[in-house]
Design a protein around this ligand. Structure first.
Ligand SMILES: [Zn+2]
Ligand SMILES: [Zn+2]
Length: 189
């Protein structure tokens, strides 16, 4: 009997150990980020997409980009169980993840934080699932969000132009949004 208890304890501690990274003593960091909904905003803070408890708001414009173009920045916010908007977690254990339905049509440009850009590759329609990644699992996930990739435009005709004044930094292109900080607060209620 003793042996069994010990075994159960060992298994339990194993489960807990698996969740955390060694050095931290704070339990708060290992908490799951549980949300009931997602809200996506344009760079100008117009609501593009919203889903709450699996129900999408069909009155919103949705996600769109032209092929050969990159969209302006899209902000990601969350809705808690009271449908109150909250920001993404600021610890380094949670990060934005995604699955693109057809990677020939759409790509995602990600600079860290709770936001991203759509990159249209080919005219068509596909889906995007956004996730809150936490260690080896996802704490939250959107349904399949429809993304429309409209006709290809010449790079100089794209509605959103990236700053290309520094050709030395090929990846991780820095551009200004809200002073470079994605995690800013705003009053939207
Ligand atoms: Zn988690
Ligand atoms: Zn951006």
């Amino acid at each position: 009997m003793k042996k069994l208890q010990f075994l159960a304890l060992a298994i339990l501690s194993l489960i807990f150990a698996a969740c955390g990274d060694s050095n931290s003593t704070s339990t708060e960091q290992h908490e799951h980020f549980e949300v009931e909904g997602w809200r996506l905003y344009s760079a100008e803070w117009d609501t593009l997409y919203s889903v709450y408890r699996g129900k999408e708001d069909s009155k919103l414009p949705g996600l769109k980009v032209n092929a050969n173009c990159m969209s302006a920045h899209i902000h990601v916010k969350f809705l808690d169980e009271n449908k109150k908007e909250i920001a993404g977690p600021s610890d380094d254990e949670h990060s934005l993840g995604w699955d693109v339905g057809d990677s020939k049509i759409l790509d995602i440009h990600f600079e860290g934080g709770w936001g991203f850009h759509l990159k249209g590759l080919k005219k068509g329609e596909t889906t995007l699932i956004l996730k809150v990644k936490h260690h080896d699992h996802a704490d939250a996930k959107t349904p399949e969000i429809k993304v429309v990739v409209d006709k290809a435009l010449d790079a100089d005709k794209c509605p959103f132009q990236e700053d290309e004044d520094d050709p030395s930094t090929s990846s991780g292109t820095e551009h200004e949004h809200e002073g470079g900080n994605h995690n800013h607060e705003h009053d939207h209620e």
